[in-house]
Design a binder for this molecule. Structure first.
Ligand code: HEC
Ligand code: CU
Length: 365
């Protein structure tokens, strides 16, 4: 056994490249290791596939039925041959097992000093929260290069899975359970990030990206992420809401069509006209700021129904509002209240950049 262990670690140390035909460029420290095990297994498979198929074809011709050949009754057994074809595959699979085990142990053991980021999955986006309280709601994960990063995964609703192909890591996010992945980015750059568990109708839209920065840049990005909403002046808060609306757009349109939830246009009109919203329990409630606030902060308390009395599903993410924090919730309410101001002449939502609405405090020169 120890000999096999030695052999597998020797193999694992040599000839690491990664990427290539089967994989994207390796972006993390374990990527080359994963690729290496994959390549070893593939090459063993190719070798035996060619060997076995070639022998089959050769034997088909060599031992085909011919005239004037006496029937010998066929071979019964050959001990050396049988030991060989049992022994070699056993050694190979044990070797593969140890190769895989070494990589697996590394992948499930985050280093002590890992930088921890909380990930919350919900239909249909990822929210990443950093140690300083900064959050990114747009499924964008910011990481420093050269530092082990541990991502703690949780889900607010159904099963999801965080998958970063370039880093070769993938793990389920399970409601009520804590899971994690860890990796160490080896190169600055942008990498795609996916949800790898079918989680509802917009699952295919649950795509994001990982951005890896050098340590200095990373600190700046996280700082900015933590403070931008405080730097938006009150009169531009609805524009900040436009940015945050991406979090809601999977379920709420702004053009009047109901999706999973009511359209924000309908909500806006009711608000503007002092109208009421029917609820699933048969009562009605005035659509005012109080109602909007409650709808976002504790969606389970009042389930909206359409005007034709069809109740909407109880699928608004319960933790979303609280995680957003007061000022961002306020921004979303302003967004609903001032919806028409955020549309162009074609009725499309205008796009807003964070840099356009954030006011920098004048820096002392
Ligand atoms: C996964 C789908 C989903 C997402 C994402 C979602 N909502 Fe909802 N939302 C619903 C559903 C369904 C309802 C209706 C049932 C209810 O009242 O809870 C609803 C109702 C509401 C209402 C009440 C509207 C009315 O006219 O009565 C508001 C306000 C609201 N959502 C705001 C938001 C905001 C703001 C976001 C983004 C930060 C958001 N929602 C994200 C599904 C969603
Ligand atoms: Cu998902």
């Amino acid at each position: 056994m120890s000999l096999l262990l030695l052999a597998s670690s020797l193999i694992a140390q040599t000839g690491r490249t990664g990427g290539g035909f089967w994989f994207p460029e390796p972006g993390s420290s374990v990527a080359t290791e994963v690729d290496f095990v994959f390549n070893v297994i593939t090459q063993i498979c190719i070798f035996f596939f060619v060997l076995i198929v070639a022998l089959m074809v050769i034997f088909c011709f060599k031992y085909r039925r011919k005239e004037h050949v006496a029937d010998t009754g066929g071979a019964t057994h050959n001990t050396i041959l049988e030991l060989t074809w049992t022994g070699i595959p056993i050694i190979l699979v044990i070797l593969i097992f140890f190769l895989g085990l070494q990589g697996y142990v590394r992948i499930i053991t985050p280093p002590e000093n890992s930088y921890e980021i909380e990930a919350m999955a919900r239909q249909w986006s990822w929210t990443f929260t950093y140690p300083n309280g900064a959050q990114d709601f747009d499924s964008v994960l910011h990481v420093p290069v050269g530092v082990p990063v541990k991502i703690n995964l949780r889900s607010d609703d159904v099963l999801h899975a965080l998958f970063i192909p370039a880093f070769r890591v993938k793990m389920d996010a399970v409601p009520g359970k804590n899971t994690f992945i860890w990796f160490q980015a080896i190169q600055e750059g942008e990498y795609p990030l996916y949800c790898a568990e079918y989680c509802g109708t917009e699952h295919s839209q649950m795509v994001g990206k990982v951005i890896a920065y050098n340590a200095v840049e990373f600190e700046e990005v996280i700082e900015e992420l933590n403070t931008w909403i405080d730097k938006v002046p009150d009169e531009k808060l609805h524009m900040a809401g436009r940015l945050l609306y991406n979090l809601c757009s999977a379920c709420h349109t702004t053009d009047g069509k109901a999706l999973i939830g009511p359209s924000f246009l309908e909500t806006h009109n009711k608000f503007k006209d002092g109208g009421t919203r029917k609820l699933a329990d048969g009562s009605s409630v005035k659509v005012d700021e109080q109602y909007l606030l409650k709808s976002i902060l504790s969606p389970g308390d009042q389930i909206a129904a359409s005007d034709s009395d069809k109740a909407y599903p109880r699928s608004m993410p319960p933790g979303l509002g609280r995680q957003l924090g007061d000022r961002k919730v306020l921004a979303l309410i302003e967004f609903i209240k001032r919806l028409p101001e955020l549309k162009d002449s074609d009725g499309k939502l205008i796009s807003v950049k964070r840099s356009e609405i954030v006011e920098e405090a004048a820096e002392p020169q």
